[in-house]
Design a protein around this ligand. Sequence first.
Ligand SMILES: Cc1cc2nc3c(=O)[nH]c(=O)nc-3n(C[C@H](O)[C@H](O)[C@H](O)COP(=O)(O)OP(=O)(O)OC[C@H]3O[C@@H](n4cnc5c(N)ncnc54)[C@H](O)[C@@H]3O)c2cc1C
Length: 456
Amino acid sequence: MNYDVIVIGAGPGGIFATYELMRLHPGLRVVVLEAGHELSRRRCPISEGRVSACIGCKPCSIMNGFGGAGAFSDGKYNITNNFGGTLYEYVGKQEAIELMEYVDRINVEHGGQGTKLYSTAGTAFKKLCIQNKLTLLDASVRHLGTDINYVVLQNLFDELSDKVEFRFDTAVTDVELIDGGYRAVFEGGFVEAPSCVISVGRSGSAWMEHVCDRLGIPTSSNRVDLGVRVELPSVIFDHITDELYESKIVYRTEKFEDNVRTFCMNPHGIVVAENTNGIVTVNGHSFEDEARKTENTNFALLVSKHFSVPFKHSNDYGQSIARLSNMLGGGVMVQRFGDLERGRRSTASRIEECTVRPTLAATPGDLSLVLPKRILDGIIEMIYALDKIAPGTANDDTLLYGVEVKFYNMEVELDRNLETCHQGLFVIGDGSGVTHSLSHASASGVYVARTIGSRL
Ligand SMILES: Cc1cc2nc3c(=O)[nH]c(=O)nc-3n(C[C@H](O)[C@H](O)[C@H](O)COP(=O)(O)OP(=O)(O)OC[C@H]3O[C@@H](n4cnc5c(N)ncnc54)[C@H](O)[C@@H]3O)c2cc1C
């Protein structure tokens, strides 16, 4: 064994596992294997304005590298058991919150000290939601913003880089069981250790499935979330976002009794296109820097779908709807709410005349030709429900971008230590299917590091 612990993946899960291992046991020999580049070398040619469409870089600098999928994200760390993952099912509700609060303290100590922690505690807004058939989920959220999130990651890297061996551009091809531990194999070599922590995120989902198959680790299917991203003048939501920043609001539709929920709110932010394995979907960002703030706010409205028998590939369903939207729109599609309601497509001239100025250049189109009726009906109902607490949401000029898809990894069967059926082999973060957020993924890393530490 040439190491004590192998960590695969340097996203928030892997980073926080490494951070905690080093804090508890500074002399430990830890190697981190990461398919992408180190932070300073992560550059997307689209973000730099060198190309207009995705050219399929390998590795993709948006999803891979130090910081993982979260590196260029809005850096919203939600401290809650109500969404973002089911870590509490493994570690208990109290401990899950404590772990997330611990992660928050580390982020604050590493550059996030000037940022704000918002909370739903004691807000009058909760009552207003209930009065309008909406439910506001309890949470605290630290908004680092894309810029400070980057600073925090760089500071964490600087602190860890002389204590831990980072190997970038090192995609692990296989994990093998060996006598007393694990061997992680990559092009040109391998490393061995008694403990192995796998934290490969969404981008590593196919690989994770392969490892589970090979090592006989049971898995089960997960859900997919589908919907649109809404963009409107920020003044319409200011009274909510100024107090809560990010509010998770759930609405139960009258027609189908489906839950529609808000997701990833970006006050004064921008709408962005995201390319996952050639499929273009929509997302949003916002910035702490005043100079980069826009006059609009955006958020997603999503509906969850979970397939089991005979079809169980929920992600494939989401992908095929996203492909349909790409086929019709050549990428992300945009439609005015008024056009959707009138059953007509949006055109370039209608978008041009629109009072809401789009922050993403998307193709004007008709989302009713893409999204299943049940999902679209739910979204329209939700827009009218939100209009009661934020009048103006259901304006004709409100923009809807499609499609937004949240893919989830299959769930890896794990015990309460987040350990597989093989002792010493842990799976954490989004790659485990247990988490799907920055705070839950990071917290799962801290938790596993403490378990490994307690066995030394
Ligand atoms: C645009 C965007 C915005 C987001 N905004 C937010 C937000 O504001 N708040 C929030 O809570 N969440 C947000 N998320 C989700 C959040 O980024 C993820 O939940 C989080 O990054 C998961 O952390 P992770 O460590 O589990 O996985 P990841 O961050 O995906 O990291 C996994 C790492 O493993 C590496 N890897 C994969 N396979 C291999 C392999 N075979 N060998 C070696 N390395 C491998 C990858 O290169 C990657 O760097 C956002 C996601 C995106 C894409």
